[in-house]
Design a protein around this ligand. Structure first.
Ligand SMILES: [Mg+2]
Length: 229
């Protein structure tokens, strides 16, 4: 029996990639800077790299904020295009404005509401995660929202899950399900801490291992069946 469902936020409940792409180009426009369509994919490479460094405790959130855009600007051979930290600040504001729930997320939260307890566990930035949850009016579904930047550790670190469990009142681990799209942070993190996990894999990617979940789903509606039976 599942008592708690711990949801990842980006690309599990929220359509992060769409919002990120819109916010990326809107930031260039707002600053009256030229941009090229290919730059978003370049940015994604730098962004992914800094998030990996952040998740491995090599850099902090402030460094992450500026380093990803500094990397992009150097890559496009315009290192002085704009102050990377200021560019990032505007980007984050636009990211919140462009945020939307994924298809089926609201239906799922409504279906589980009152039947199990729910929390958000996210490797995110303070100035994105909370405003976005507020903007989408879904805060009341969650008993806890654990934002990595606020607590100084991130999924898949055991410390992140220890902190979360203390805040949930230490429920039995076998009654907790983690739902997320990321094999290394969500699924590995759940495994390391002894929790069941459900991999949200809407595009049907191959799982290269070594982190295998108990459940794998294509649509968020499938979580309901797993949790409520
Ligand atoms: Mg995610």
């Amino acid at each position: 029996m599942i008592e708690w469902v711990l949801f990842d936020a980006d690309d599990t409940l929220f359509d992060f990639r769409r919002a990120a792409k819109l916010a990326f180009f809107q930031t260039f426009e707002a600053l009256k800077l030229e941009s090229e369509p290919a730059w978003f994919e370049v940015y994604e490479i730098y962004n992914k790299a800094v998030w990996t460094e952040y998740e491995n405790h090599k850099i902090d959130g402030q460094t992450l904020r500026s380093k990803r855009f500094a990397g992009l600007f150097s890559h496009i051979k315009q290192p002085d295009l704009h102050d990377p930290a200021a560019f990032n600040d505007l980007y984050l504001k636009l990211l919140v404005e462009n945020s939307h729930l994924l298809d089926g997320a609201l239906d799922l939260l409504n279906a589980l509401h009152g039947k199990v307890k729910m929390a958000v566990i996210t490797n995110g930035l303070h100035d994105v995660q909370r405003p976005r949850i507020k903007k989408q009016n879904v805060g009341h579904f969650f008993a806890e929202i654990v934002v990595s930047e606020e607590i100084g550790c991130a999924k898949p670190q055991v410390e992140y899950f220890e902190y979360t469990f203390r805040n949930l009142g230490n429920p039995p681990k076998d009654r907790v399900l983690v739902v997320g799209d990321n094999l290394s942070s969500d699924i590995q993190g759940a495994k390391n801490y002894g929790l069941k996990s459900c991999w949200y894999n809407p595009s049907g990617k191959e799982n290269p291992g070594p982190h295998f979940p108990e459940y794998e789903i294509r649509g968020l509606d499938e979580v309901r069946e797993i949790v409520l039976g």
